[in-house]
Design a protein around this ligand. Structure first.
Ligand SMILES: Cc1cc2nc3c(=O)[nH]c(=O)nc-3n(C[C@H](O)[C@H](O)[C@H](O)COP(=O)(O)O)c2cc1C
Length: 240
């Protein structure tokens, strides 16, 4: 589907006017969602996110952009109480979230994304359906990106994949906020310990993935809204 096909069609001046009104209220709605979202430390355990809403959140992660379209992520939804308890013992930054979140996700980043790896070949052929000719060209460009930009270095390749998982993370949290669902991004965990817990549970295999970040979803407990502490726009934007 082309981008133009999903945009509202504006054929007349009148429709254009309605479109503008729609755009303004949409912008307001989106900014409201950004104001609404905050890093929620503990959730109301009496409220569960519906399957439909959680599917919507996951879908925004799935549709997130990734370099070369390689989708270097896996979203592991941890609903098992005993497993959450184990993770809590090694996740300083998720003490309130792990026991109370309606849904708790660990985002894994793929490792070993070289041009001839099984995942890259699957994405370029099985998912993107590149023709042989295009595949040869794209694969060559990708190889030279990995060789130069990522110095053909395992650590840099993994970190590059991990960076991209944060795009999906951001999209999922913003999408959740737009339907009134709270969230908290989490990096406060012992990566080695979380890795060994997930490996022991058979959730990830050494060499395939690494733990990138976590995100908790649910509904906030009643209480005052936390006000936003942010620098002004002119402190973070520079025009030249
Ligand atoms: C990558 C990342 C990691 C974070 N890790 C944690 C964490 O481990 N535990 C936590 O409670 N909050 C965590 N936060 C939340 C931040 O502290 C919070 O987003 C920031 O203070 C701004 O506040 P706000 O999100 O409420 O506007 C993290 C945020 C980001 C983006």
């Amino acid at each position: 589907m082309k981008y133009s096909e999903v945009l509202p069609k504006i054929n007349t001046a009148k429709e254009g006017w309605f479109y503008m009104i729609g755009t303004e209220s949409k912008k307001e709605e989106i900014l409201k969602a950004f104001q609404f979202r905050y890093a929620c430390k503990a959730f109301d355990t009496s409220k569960k996110i519906s399957d439909k809403d959680f599917h919507f959140i996951l879908e925004t992660g799935r549709l997130s952009p990734s370099s070369f379209g390689l989708e270097p992520w896996r979203f592991v939804v941890i609903q098992n109480t005993a497993l959450r308890e184990k993770l809590k013992s090694v996740s300083r930054g998720a003490q309130g979230q792990l026991p109370t979140a309606s849904h708790f996700v660990i985002i894994l980043a793929r490792q070993g994304l070289r041009h001839d790896s099984a995942h890259v070949i699957k994405m370029m052929t099985g998912i993107q359906h590149l023709s042989d000719e295009v595949l040869e060209r794209v694969s060559g460009v990708y190889k030279s990106f990995v060789d130069t930009r990522l110095e053909n270095n395992d650590r840099l390749i993994s970190e590059w994949a991990s960076k991209q998982t944060y795009i999906a993370l951001g999209n999922m949290m913003t999408a959740a906020a737009q339907i009134g669902i709270d969230s908290c991004p989490i990096e406060g965990f012992d990566k080695n310990q979380v890795t060994s817990i997930l490996q022991n549970e058979g959730i990830m295999k050494a060499g395939d993935f690494e733990v990138s970040c976590m995100v908790a979803f649910g509904y906030r407990q009643d209480g005052p809204n936390r006000s936003k502490a942010r620098q002004n726009l002119d402190e973070v934007v520079e025009w030249r």
